[in-house]
Design a protein around this ligand. Sequence first.
Ligand code: SF4
Ligand code: SF4
Length: 132
Amino acid sequence: MKLAYDQSKCTGCAVCASVCSFRLKGLVHPGGTRIKFAYVSPTDSHVIYCRQCENAPCALACPQGAIQKDGKTSAWVVDAEKCVGCGLCLEACPYGAIRLDTESGKADKCDLCQGDPACVKHCLAQALTVQD
Ligand code: SF4
Ligand code: SF4
C-alpha cells in the first residue's frame, strides 16, 4: 500500500502534518512530521509525502541496509539500530520525503502508521487516500 495525493482537493489546512507530528512527538511542530506541507505561493501549496517507491532510491543509497520493506504494509521502514545518520538517503530521495530526526539524528520516514495512516484518516477533504 501507499499514499495517494490529489492536490486539486487539498484545502491547505495542513492537518495531515499536524496529526503526523502529534502522533510521533506528542506535539504539533513542523520539525516533527513525516508528511510535510509546503507553502510555495498563494496559488501553489502541496504536501510532500513518501511514494513508497518500487525500487526506493533511499534504500538503495543506504550503506548500512537500514531501510527495508515491511512485508505487511510494503512501506519502506528505517531500522534506527542500523542507521548511522549519514544523510545519504536524504540526498537520494527525489521527493524530499525523508529527514533526519532532530533528537535522534537518525533517518525518519513515513511507515504508513503500520497500515492505518493517521493523515488519511484526518484529511477531511479526502485529498489523501491509500492505494494498493
Ligand atoms: S489534511 Fe488533506 S486537505 Fe489538509 S493539507 Fe493535508 S492533504 Fe491537504
Ligand atoms: S523516502 Fe523518498 S526515495 Fe524513499 S521510498 Fe519514500 S519517496 Fe521513495
